[in-house]
Ligand binder design. Structure first.
Ligand code: IPM
Ligand code: MG
Length: 328
């Protein structure tokens, strides 16, 4: 397997380092390489995403992405959005789980308000929210297939009371869910965000359009103690990229206090994607143990640094792997 690591900038490199160490415990034999991209890279070279980097990403079997800063400058095109589009990573999976709840947010990742069809005029600006049949069917199929392997229920997050594009999206999601055989309910996104926070146990898989998924996942991070906890997988037909949901957090970059759990959980997602469910479980079990032992970064109320948490998780993974399998 070819793994390409893109640490990015801000806290990206700090949190990706222990994540790579975790993956190497399971797969020292895989081929690892690094690419440089993003804001810092742009400042240094004038290009945030070079042709060499683009081809390396295209050739990778698995991509591990840290975080990058996106300045609100109309001349700067978001690198992660470009990658999601170019590699057609249409499904953005954002699992959120804890005591008594286990939710999988499936965010459409290539269109909606992020279609890139927008312009500015002198006295107004316009962004088109494009929802296509193909885009909706494939994300609906993906989410429904996930639900089929879980509790067989799909919630469609939408704003169809206001947006015609969501009337369309909801109809297609319902059709695909029916074909795959999972039950469905529809919920307006504003009410859904609140209900997920108040009654997370009610939800299994939630499918929604791009920006709603973006907002919902940040809000849902509250259930786990904050953004430092949530991993995500960006999946396409031919490529897969794993990245923590949090951004580059420039305010704490370089201080050694960023929470590496989201990045390490990306390894758990990556291993699941690689059909290594047992290994994925080991990573998660190790994380749970380390948190239960109180080894936490300041965002979770602890005093540990990034390195300390990373090392504790690695130690725990090694310990779990050394426990002999029962000879039955
Ligand atoms: C995310 C981020 C990105 C998004 C930004 C950085 C482009 O917020 O992955 O949630 O909006 O998708
Ligand atoms: Mg976001």
């Amino acid at each position: 397997m070819k793994v390409v690591v893109a640490p990015g900038d801000g806290i990206g490199p700090e949190v990706i380092a222990p994540a790579v160490d975790v993956l190497k415990i399971f797969h020292p034999e895989w081929e690892y390489s690094q690419v440089y991209l993003g804001y810092e890279c742009w400042k240094r070279t004038g290009d945030p995403l070079s042709q060499t980097t683009r081809s390396a990403l295209k050739e990778a079997d698995l991509i591990l992405f840290g975080a990058i800063t996106t300045p609100p400058d109309p001349a700067y095109k978001s690198v992660i959005l470009t990658i999601r589009k170019e590699l057609d990573l249409y499904a953005n999976l954002r699992p959120v789980f804890g005591a008594g709840f286990d939710i999988l947010i499936v965010r459409e990742n290539t269109e909606g308000l992020y279609s890139g069809i927008e312009w500015q005029e002198k006295d107004r600006a316009c962004t088109i929210r494009l929802v296509t049949e193909e885009g909706s069917r494939r994300i609906a199929r993906f989410a429904s297939s996930c639900a089929r392997r879980r509790r067989r229920h799909l919630t469609i997050g939408n704003k169809a009371n206001i947006l015609k594009s969501d009337v369309f999206f909801v109809r297609i999601c319902q059709e695909e869910a029916e074909k795959i055989g999972v039950s469905v309910d529809k919920k307006y996104i504003d009410a859904l965000v609140l209900d997920v926070l108040q009654h997370p146990e009610r939800y299994d898989v939630i499918v929604t359009t791009n920006i709603f998924g973006d907002i919902l996942s940040d809000a849902a991070a509250y259930l786990e103690g904050g953004l430092g906890m949530l991993p995500s997988a960006n999946i396409g037909k031919d490529h897969a990229l794993f990245e923590p949901v949090h951004g580059s957090a420039p305010d704490i970059a370089g201080k050694g206090i960023a929470n590496p759990i989201a990045a390490i959980r990306c390894i758990s997602l990556l291993l699941k994607y690689a059909q290594e469910r047992e290994n994925a479980k080991i990573v998660e079990a190790a994380i749970q143990k380390v948190l239960a032992d109180g080894v936490k970064t300041p965002d979770l109320g602890g005093k540990a640094g990034t390195k300390e948490v990373g090392e504790a998780v690695i130690k725990e993974i090694i310990r779990i792997r050394e426990i002999p399998e029962p000879d039955l």
